[in-house]
Design a protein around this ligand. Structure first.
Ligand code: FES
Ligand code: FES
Length: 175
């Protein structure tokens, strides 16, 4: 069997610098889950279609199963664990709570990260723009209507609180 040499990868995850030695082929999603223990980022497919693994990479939503950990060297990554706290939910998390945006919850972390990126780009999206913005994340429970309502709720919250990127920037994920 061929032994792979390891490389050192350092990134800032949720505002904290993290380093691990991994094989060069290690995907970012495995780096986050297996090396850092951040299992909120889910793996839902092996075809890069489901979007359950979506995180913010330097502020942009990316499917972390499509990025090598070494490609993210030096980057700022925000996972769902970096969004908010139980005491102070991020507006997107509050939206899912208030509007019953989750069913089984498997897709929820990816949807929330995509929603954060969408609202950063477009703080006042129409329903159609929300559906377009989230189309890279699949919900197997197919409860899209309440997900849209959750994002609309978050947009209103963010509009009343200020700049949409602020909450994420505070945890180190903003561009
Ligand atoms: S795990 Fe399905 S797109 Fe990444
Ligand atoms: S809530 Fe079950 S997959 Fe989306």
């Amino acid at each position: 069997m061929v032994k792979h040499s390891k490389v050192t990868v350092t990134l800032t995850v949720n505002g904290v610098q993290r380093t691990a030695e991994v094989e060069p082929r290690t995907l970012l999603v495995h780096f986050l889950r297996d090396e850092l223990g951040l299992t909120g980022t889910h793996i839902g497919c092996d075809t890069s279609q489901c979007g359950a693994c979506t995180v913010l990479l330097n502020g942009d939503a990316v499917k972390s199963c499509t990025v090598l950990a070494v490609q993210a060297y030096g980057a700022e990554v925000t996972t769902v664990e970096g969004l908010g706290t139980l005491e102070a939910l991020h507006p997107v998390q509050a939206g899912f709570w208030e509007k019953h945006g989750l069913q089984c919850g498997f897709c929820t972390p990816g949807v929330m990260m995509a929603a954060v990126a969408l609202l950063k780009q477009n703080p006042n999206p129409t329903e159609e723009e929300i559906r377009e913005g989230l189309e890279g994340v699949l919900c197997r429970c197919t409860g899209y209507q309440n997900i849209v309502r959750a994002v609309q709720y978050a947009a209103q919250q963010l509009a009343s609180e200020g700049e949409p990127g602020e909450q994420v920037a505070a945890t180190g994920g903003g561009a």
